[in-house]
Design a protein around this ligand. Structure first.
Ligand SMILES: [Ca+2]
Length: 208
């Protein structure tokens, strides 16, 4: 009696499990069918790979010669102080120098000028000219620095009286080699706080 009951119960349980498994199977099949019809066929949507050559056929970038930077401001034309991208501590005034324009005046210790994108080209300058005037007995320094106003100077000039604040002379000094595009800082130094210099322009010179 009890054996029959157990068989009967186990058969009922097995039938229920079969029905449940069938339902699950139907759900899974239905989901798979819906998924395959909703998603685009990968083969049709795959992008066409271009007929570009294999990477090994392309020239290696390191094999190319480094190009000379183009653009910017020509280092071998006068850089007028009035065209500086930044001036610090000094003021501009109309100049009495030949060619007219403006000059920087009231220059004292710690003042500077900044010129952006100065192009020295592929071969470096040998020297730099700076157009100056001063009427003080106190000497001072003009220093040319590259890319940072705190970098070591590539050129240094010492200034002394020219005979008047509008008596202009061109001073020249040799400089360390610089090529390519750079920010140029012109910094001014003096042992005393007094104004010591006027500057009209500067120009880099290639070897003659
Ligand atoms: Ca000028």
């Amino acid at each position: 009696m009890s054996t029959t009951v157990y068989r009967s119960r186990s058969r009922t349980l097995r039938n229920r499990l079969l029905v449940a498994a069938g339902v699950v199977l139907l759900i899974v099949v239905g989901w798979l069918l819906g998924r395959s019809s909703a998603s685009p066929a990968p083969a049709k949507s795959a992008p066409v790979v271009s007929s570009s050559p294999s990477p090994s056929a392309e020239p290696s970038p390191s094999a190319e010669p480094s190009p000379v930077p183009t653009g910017g401001v020509d280092a071998y034309q006068p850089l007028q102080v009035e065209d500086a991208a930044e001036v610090s501590g000094l003021e501009m005034q109309d100049t009495e120098d030949e060619g007219g324009g403006r000059n920087a005046g009231w220059i004292n210790n710690g003042d500077f000028l900044r010129f952006d994108d100065v192009n020295f080209g592929a071969s470096p300058p040998a020297s730099v000219n700076v157009r100056v005037a001063t009427d003080t007995d106190k000497t001072g320094r003009i220093e040319i620095r590259i890319d940072s106003k705190d970098s070591p100077p590539v050129a240094t000039l010492t200034t002394s009286r020219t005979g008047g604040w509008q008596n202009w002379i061109t001073q020249t000094t040799d400089m360390a080699p610089v090529t390519g595009l750079h920010t140029v800082y012109v910094t001014f130094g003096n042992a005393v706080p007094d104004d010591f210099l006027n500057v009209n322009w500067l120009r880099f010179k290639q070897p003659s």
